[in-house]
Design a protein around this ligand. Structure first.
Ligand code: ATP
Ligand code: MG
Length: 334
Protein backbone atom coordinates (compact mmCIF):
# COMPACT_ATOMS: atom_id res chain seq x y z
CA UNK A 1 0.00 0.00 0.00
CA UNK A 2 1.26 3.50 -0.80
CA UNK A 3 2.39 5.55 2.18
CA UNK A 4 0.14 8.45 3.21
CA UNK A 5 1.50 11.79 2.10
CA UNK A 6 2.56 14.24 4.84
CA UNK A 7 3.20 17.90 4.21
CA UNK A 8 4.07 20.77 6.51
CA UNK A 9 5.87 24.12 6.51
CA UNK A 10 7.71 26.50 8.77
CA UNK A 11 8.18 30.24 8.39
CA UNK A 12 11.65 31.78 8.23
CA UNK A 13 10.52 34.56 10.58
CA UNK A 14 13.52 34.47 12.95
CA UNK A 15 17.21 33.60 13.02
CA UNK A 16 16.46 30.36 14.83
CA UNK A 17 13.65 27.90 15.39
CA UNK A 18 12.57 27.38 19.00
CA UNK A 19 11.75 24.42 21.18
CA UNK A 20 8.03 24.64 20.30
CA UNK A 21 8.83 24.42 16.59
CA UNK A 22 11.19 21.56 17.26
CA UNK A 23 8.88 19.46 19.45
CA UNK A 24 5.54 20.41 17.89
CA UNK A 25 6.65 20.19 14.27
CA UNK A 26 10.21 19.38 13.17
CA UNK A 27 10.68 16.33 15.39
CA UNK A 28 7.44 14.85 14.01
CA UNK A 29 8.61 15.61 10.48
CA UNK A 30 11.82 13.68 11.02
CA UNK A 31 9.90 10.69 12.40
CA UNK A 32 7.36 10.72 9.58
CA UNK A 33 10.08 10.15 7.01
CA UNK A 34 9.89 6.48 8.07
CA UNK A 35 6.17 6.11 7.59
CA UNK A 36 5.03 8.78 5.14
CA UNK A 37 5.71 10.21 1.72
CA UNK A 38 7.13 13.39 3.23
CA UNK A 39 7.04 16.96 1.86
CA UNK A 40 8.34 19.89 3.91
CA UNK A 41 8.81 23.52 2.96
CA UNK A 42 10.17 26.81 4.16
CA UNK A 43 7.28 29.24 4.02
CA UNK A 44 9.08 32.33 2.77
CA UNK A 45 5.96 33.80 1.14
CA UNK A 46 4.10 33.56 4.44
CA UNK A 47 7.00 35.27 6.22
CA UNK A 48 6.50 38.35 4.03
CA UNK A 49 3.29 39.09 5.95
CA UNK A 50 5.36 40.45 8.86
CA UNK A 51 7.60 42.71 6.72
CA UNK A 52 11.14 41.33 7.09
CA UNK A 53 13.93 43.09 5.17
CA UNK A 54 15.22 41.41 1.97
CA UNK A 55 18.46 40.49 3.74
CA UNK A 56 16.51 38.89 6.59
CA UNK A 57 14.39 36.84 4.21
CA UNK A 58 17.45 35.52 2.37
CA UNK A 59 19.46 34.74 5.51
CA UNK A 60 16.62 33.19 7.46
CA UNK A 61 15.49 31.01 4.57
CA UNK A 62 18.95 29.41 4.42
CA UNK A 63 19.16 29.16 8.22
CA UNK A 64 15.77 27.45 8.24
CA UNK A 65 16.90 24.95 5.60
CA UNK A 66 20.11 24.24 7.53
CA UNK A 67 18.13 23.66 10.74
CA UNK A 68 15.78 21.24 9.03
CA UNK A 69 18.61 19.23 7.50
CA UNK A 70 20.55 19.56 10.76
CA UNK A 71 17.61 18.21 12.77
CA UNK A 72 17.45 15.12 10.59
CA UNK A 73 15.41 15.84 7.47
CA UNK A 74 17.09 13.63 4.90
CA UNK A 75 17.00 14.97 1.32
CA UNK A 76 17.02 11.38 0.04
CA UNK A 77 13.86 10.43 1.90
CA UNK A 78 11.98 13.74 2.04
CA UNK A 79 11.22 16.52 -0.37
CA UNK A 80 12.33 19.76 1.28
CA UNK A 81 11.73 22.92 -0.72
CA UNK A 82 11.24 26.67 -0.65
CA UNK A 83 7.63 27.79 -1.03
CA UNK A 84 8.36 30.67 -3.42
CA UNK A 85 10.25 28.32 -5.77
CA UNK A 86 6.96 26.65 -6.66
CA UNK A 87 4.88 29.38 -8.28
CA UNK A 88 1.67 27.37 -8.04
CA UNK A 89 1.36 28.23 -4.32
CA UNK A 90 0.54 31.84 -5.16
CA UNK A 91 -1.68 30.86 -8.06
CA UNK A 92 -3.83 28.40 -6.13
CA UNK A 93 -3.96 30.78 -3.15
CA UNK A 94 -5.73 33.31 -5.39
CA UNK A 95 -8.25 30.77 -6.61
CA UNK A 96 -9.03 29.73 -3.03
CA UNK A 97 -9.36 33.35 -1.90
CA UNK A 98 -12.12 33.68 -4.46
CA UNK A 99 -13.98 30.82 -2.73
CA UNK A 100 -13.60 32.26 0.80
CA UNK A 101 -16.06 34.56 2.56
CA UNK A 102 -14.84 37.73 4.28
CA UNK A 103 -16.55 36.68 7.52
CA UNK A 104 -15.03 33.23 7.31
CA UNK A 105 -11.50 34.63 6.96
CA UNK A 106 -12.15 37.29 9.62
CA UNK A 107 -12.88 34.61 12.22
CA UNK A 108 -9.31 33.28 12.18
CA UNK A 109 -7.90 33.78 15.67
CA UNK A 110 -4.26 33.92 14.53
CA UNK A 111 -5.14 36.85 12.26
CA UNK A 112 -6.96 38.62 15.07
CA UNK A 113 -4.05 38.02 17.50
CA UNK A 114 -1.46 39.26 15.03
CA UNK A 115 -3.47 42.39 14.21
CA UNK A 116 -3.80 43.08 17.93
CA UNK A 117 -0.03 42.75 18.30
CA UNK A 118 1.19 44.49 15.13
CA UNK A 119 -1.49 47.19 15.08
CA UNK A 120 -4.04 47.83 12.31
CA UNK A 121 -1.59 49.76 10.14
CA UNK A 122 1.08 47.03 10.04
CA UNK A 123 -1.40 44.22 9.43
CA UNK A 124 -1.88 43.93 5.69
CA UNK A 125 -4.03 42.02 3.23
CA UNK A 126 -1.36 39.29 3.14
CA UNK A 127 -1.92 38.51 6.80
CA UNK A 128 -5.66 38.31 6.20
CA UNK A 129 -5.13 35.99 3.21
CA UNK A 130 -2.63 33.79 5.06
CA UNK A 131 -5.02 30.86 5.69
CA UNK A 132 -5.99 30.65 2.02
CA UNK A 133 -2.36 30.44 0.98
CA UNK A 134 -1.83 27.83 3.67
CA UNK A 135 -4.74 25.88 2.20
CA UNK A 136 -3.08 26.15 -1.22
CA UNK A 137 0.23 24.91 0.23
CA UNK A 138 -1.48 21.78 1.49
CA UNK A 139 -3.96 21.06 -1.30
CA UNK A 140 -1.41 21.38 -4.12
CA UNK A 141 0.25 18.17 -2.94
CA UNK A 142 -2.88 16.03 -2.41
CA UNK A 143 -1.80 15.82 1.23
CA UNK A 144 -3.27 13.19 3.56
CA UNK A 145 -1.82 14.38 6.88
CA UNK A 146 -0.46 17.70 8.11
CA UNK A 147 1.80 17.54 11.19
CA UNK A 148 1.36 20.85 13.09
CA UNK A 149 1.02 22.38 16.54
CA UNK A 150 -2.38 23.14 18.09
CA UNK A 151 -2.20 26.78 16.95
CA UNK A 152 -2.81 25.60 13.36
CA UNK A 153 -6.02 23.63 14.06
CA UNK A 154 -8.29 26.40 12.86
CA UNK A 155 -6.28 26.88 9.66
CA UNK A 156 -6.51 23.16 8.99
CA UNK A 157 -10.29 23.36 9.38
CA UNK A 158 -10.63 26.14 6.82
CA UNK A 159 -8.32 24.16 4.51
CA UNK A 160 -10.63 21.17 4.75
CA UNK A 161 -13.68 23.39 4.17
CA UNK A 162 -12.10 24.95 1.10
CA UNK A 163 -11.10 21.57 -0.33
CA UNK A 164 -14.61 20.19 0.13
CA UNK A 165 -16.21 23.36 -1.24
CA UNK A 166 -14.02 23.41 -4.36
CA UNK A 167 -14.56 19.69 -4.94
CA UNK A 168 -18.32 19.97 -4.65
CA UNK A 169 -18.61 23.14 -6.75
CA UNK A 170 -16.23 22.19 -9.55
CA UNK A 171 -15.63 18.44 -9.33
CA UNK A 172 -13.12 16.28 -7.45
CA UNK A 173 -9.80 18.14 -7.43
CA UNK A 174 -8.20 17.96 -3.98
CA UNK A 175 -7.58 15.37 -1.27
CA UNK A 176 -9.20 16.55 1.98
CA UNK A 177 -6.33 16.56 4.53
CA UNK A 178 -6.33 15.54 8.20
CA UNK A 179 -4.40 17.34 10.94
CA UNK A 180 -1.70 15.27 12.65
CA UNK A 181 -1.27 16.72 16.13
CA UNK A 182 0.67 15.08 18.96
CA UNK A 183 -1.13 15.95 22.19
CA UNK A 184 1.87 16.14 24.56
CA UNK A 185 3.71 18.68 22.42
CA UNK A 186 0.88 20.50 20.65
CA UNK A 187 1.55 23.71 22.56
CA UNK A 188 4.95 24.27 24.15
CA UNK A 189 4.56 27.34 26.34
CA UNK A 190 6.57 30.55 26.61
CA UNK A 191 8.87 30.21 29.65
CA UNK A 192 7.83 33.62 31.00
CA UNK A 193 4.14 33.34 30.16
CA UNK A 194 3.18 29.69 30.49
CA UNK A 195 -0.35 30.32 29.20
CA UNK A 196 0.93 31.58 25.83
CA UNK A 197 2.60 29.44 23.19
CA UNK A 198 6.31 29.90 22.56
CA UNK A 199 6.51 31.91 19.31
CA UNK A 200 9.26 33.19 17.02
CA UNK A 201 7.64 36.58 16.61
CA UNK A 202 5.69 37.19 19.82
CA UNK A 203 7.75 35.64 22.65
CA UNK A 204 10.34 37.84 24.35
CA UNK A 205 13.91 36.51 24.47
CA UNK A 206 13.52 35.21 28.05
CA UNK A 207 10.48 33.16 27.08
CA UNK A 208 12.13 31.48 24.09
CA UNK A 209 14.49 28.51 23.89
CA UNK A 210 16.19 28.79 20.53
CA UNK A 211 17.65 25.78 18.76
CA UNK A 212 20.74 27.74 17.71
CA UNK A 213 21.42 29.31 21.09
CA UNK A 214 24.53 28.53 23.18
CA UNK A 215 24.07 26.19 26.19
CA UNK A 216 24.85 28.96 28.73
CA UNK A 217 21.92 31.27 27.92
CA UNK A 218 19.59 28.30 27.41
CA UNK A 219 20.42 27.02 30.89
CA UNK A 220 19.90 30.43 32.46
CA UNK A 221 16.50 30.88 30.88
CA UNK A 222 15.32 27.48 32.05
CA UNK A 223 16.54 28.16 35.60
CA UNK A 224 14.61 31.47 35.48
CA UNK A 225 11.49 30.04 33.87
CA UNK A 226 8.30 31.09 35.63
CA UNK A 227 7.29 28.29 37.93
CA UNK A 228 4.22 28.25 40.04
CA UNK A 229 3.38 28.61 43.70
CA UNK A 230 4.37 25.72 45.94
CA UNK A 231 7.49 23.70 45.34
CA UNK A 232 6.24 20.33 44.13
CA UNK A 233 7.15 19.04 40.71
CA UNK A 234 3.72 17.83 39.59
CA UNK A 235 1.79 18.20 36.35
CA UNK A 236 -1.30 20.35 36.83
CA UNK A 237 -2.11 22.35 33.68
CA UNK A 238 -4.69 24.53 35.47
CA UNK A 239 -2.77 25.56 38.57
CA UNK A 240 0.84 24.87 37.58
CA UNK A 241 1.16 25.61 33.87
CA UNK A 242 4.86 26.54 34.15
CA UNK A 243 5.95 23.33 35.85
CA UNK A 244 3.66 21.29 33.61
CA UNK A 245 5.31 22.77 30.51
CA UNK A 246 8.79 21.84 31.78
CA UNK A 247 7.63 18.35 32.74
CA UNK A 248 6.22 17.77 29.25
CA UNK A 249 9.45 18.98 27.67
CA UNK A 250 11.58 16.69 29.79
CA UNK A 251 9.22 13.77 29.35
CA UNK A 252 9.24 13.95 25.55
CA UNK A 253 12.97 14.57 25.24
CA UNK A 254 13.93 11.71 27.56
CA UNK A 255 11.10 9.30 26.72
CA UNK A 256 10.15 9.15 30.42
CA UNK A 257 6.45 9.24 31.35
CA UNK A 258 5.42 12.32 33.39
CA UNK A 259 4.33 10.29 36.49
CA UNK A 260 7.77 8.72 36.62
CA UNK A 261 9.36 12.19 36.59
CA UNK A 262 6.97 13.37 39.31
CA UNK A 263 8.06 10.46 41.49
CA UNK A 264 11.75 11.09 40.79
CA UNK A 265 11.59 14.75 41.91
CA UNK A 266 9.23 14.27 44.87
CA UNK A 267 10.44 16.39 47.79
CA UNK A 268 13.33 17.94 45.83
CA UNK A 269 11.97 21.36 44.84
CA UNK A 270 12.27 23.09 41.50
CA UNK A 271 16.06 23.64 41.37
CA UNK A 272 17.26 20.10 40.68
CA UNK A 273 14.41 19.52 38.27
CA UNK A 274 15.17 22.64 36.24
CA UNK A 275 18.85 21.75 36.08
CA UNK A 276 17.97 18.39 34.57
CA UNK A 277 15.58 19.97 32.05
CA UNK A 278 18.35 22.37 31.03
CA UNK A 279 20.68 19.46 30.47
CA UNK A 280 18.37 17.54 28.14
CA UNK A 281 17.47 20.66 26.17
CA UNK A 282 21.11 21.69 25.66
CA UNK A 283 22.07 18.10 24.79
CA UNK A 284 19.30 18.02 22.18
CA UNK A 285 20.20 21.33 20.54
CA UNK A 286 24.03 21.12 20.58
CA UNK A 287 24.46 18.55 17.77
CA UNK A 288 21.87 20.34 15.61
CA UNK A 289 23.73 23.62 16.07
CA UNK A 290 27.00 21.98 15.05
CA UNK A 291 25.50 20.58 11.88
CA UNK A 292 23.89 23.93 11.04
CA UNK A 293 27.24 25.72 11.23
CA UNK A 294 28.72 23.19 8.77
CA UNK A 295 25.76 23.37 6.40
CA UNK A 296 25.80 27.18 6.34
CA UNK A 297 29.50 27.18 5.50
CA UNK A 298 28.61 25.90 2.01
CA UNK A 299 25.65 27.95 0.76
CA UNK A 300 26.01 26.70 -2.79
CA UNK A 301 25.54 23.11 -1.66
CA UNK A 302 22.57 24.08 0.52
CA UNK A 303 20.94 25.94 -2.38
CA UNK A 304 21.51 22.91 -4.59
CA UNK A 305 19.71 20.61 -2.16
CA UNK A 306 16.80 23.05 -2.06
CA UNK A 307 16.68 23.21 -5.85
CA UNK A 308 16.38 19.41 -6.04
CA UNK A 309 13.50 19.50 -3.55
CA UNK A 310 11.79 22.35 -5.36
CA UNK A 311 11.93 20.49 -8.68
CA UNK A 312 10.34 17.40 -7.15
CA UNK A 313 7.64 19.48 -5.46
CA UNK A 314 6.92 21.54 -8.57
CA UNK A 315 6.20 18.43 -10.64
CA UNK A 316 3.33 17.49 -8.31
CA UNK A 317 2.09 21.05 -7.84
CA UNK A 318 1.89 21.51 -11.60
CA UNK A 319 -0.30 18.44 -12.00
CA UNK A 320 -2.76 19.51 -9.30
CA UNK A 321 -2.84 23.04 -10.64
CA UNK A 322 -3.61 21.81 -14.14
CA UNK A 323 -6.72 20.00 -12.92
CA UNK A 324 -7.73 22.92 -10.68
CA UNK A 325 -7.52 25.28 -13.66
CA UNK A 326 -9.43 22.98 -15.93
CA UNK A 327 -12.14 22.22 -13.37
CA UNK A 328 -12.54 25.92 -12.62
CA UNK A 329 -12.99 26.73 -16.30
CA UNK A 330 -9.79 28.64 -16.98
CA UNK A 331 -9.01 28.35 -20.67
CA UNK A 332 -5.90 26.30 -21.47
CA UNK A 333 -3.07 28.11 -23.21
CA UNK A 334 -2.62 26.50 -26.62
P1 ATP B 1 5.58 32.96 14.12
O1 ATP B 1 5.62 33.66 15.44
O2 ATP B 1 6.38 33.62 13.03
O3 ATP B 1 4.19 32.58 13.67
P2 ATP B 1 5.93 30.30 15.11
O4 ATP B 1 6.84 30.10 16.25
O5 ATP B 1 4.47 30.29 15.38
O6 ATP B 1 6.40 31.61 14.37
P3 ATP B 1 5.58 28.92 12.60
O7 ATP B 1 6.64 28.98 11.56
O8 ATP B 1 4.40 29.80 12.45
O9 ATP B 1 6.29 29.19 14.01
O10 ATP B 1 5.07 27.42 12.77
C1 ATP B 1 5.84 26.29 12.40
C2 ATP B 1 5.27 25.05 13.07
O11 ATP B 1 5.61 25.04 14.47
C3 ATP B 1 3.76 24.94 13.00
O12 ATP B 1 3.43 23.59 12.77
C4 ATP B 1 3.30 25.35 14.37
O13 ATP B 1 2.06 24.78 14.73
C5 ATP B 1 4.43 24.80 15.23
N1 ATP B 1 4.56 25.53 16.49
C6 ATP B 1 4.84 26.85 16.61
N2 ATP B 1 4.91 27.20 17.90
C7 ATP B 1 4.66 26.06 18.63
C8 ATP B 1 4.60 25.77 20.02
N3 ATP B 1 4.82 26.71 20.93
N4 ATP B 1 4.32 24.50 20.41
C9 ATP B 1 4.11 23.52 19.49
N5 ATP B 1 4.16 23.74 18.16
C10 ATP B 1 4.44 24.99 17.72
MG1 MG C 1 3.10 30.78 13.80
Amino acid sequence: MARPRALSGIQPTADSFHLGNYLGAVRQWVGMQETHDAFYFIADLHALTVHPSPAEVRRRTRVAAAQLFGAGIDPERSTLFVQSHVREHAELAWMLMCETGMGEAGRMTQYKDKVARLGESAAGVGLFAYPMMMAADILLYQTDQVPVGADQKQHLEITRDLAQRFNSRYGPTFTVPEPYIVKEVEKIADLQDPLAKMSKTSSGPQGLLEVLEEPGPLRKKIMRAVTDTGSEVVADPENKPGVTNLLRIQSVLTGTPVPELEARYAGQGYGTFKKDVAEVVTDTFAPIRERVVKLLADEAELDKLLAIGSARAAAIARETMASARENRGLLPKV
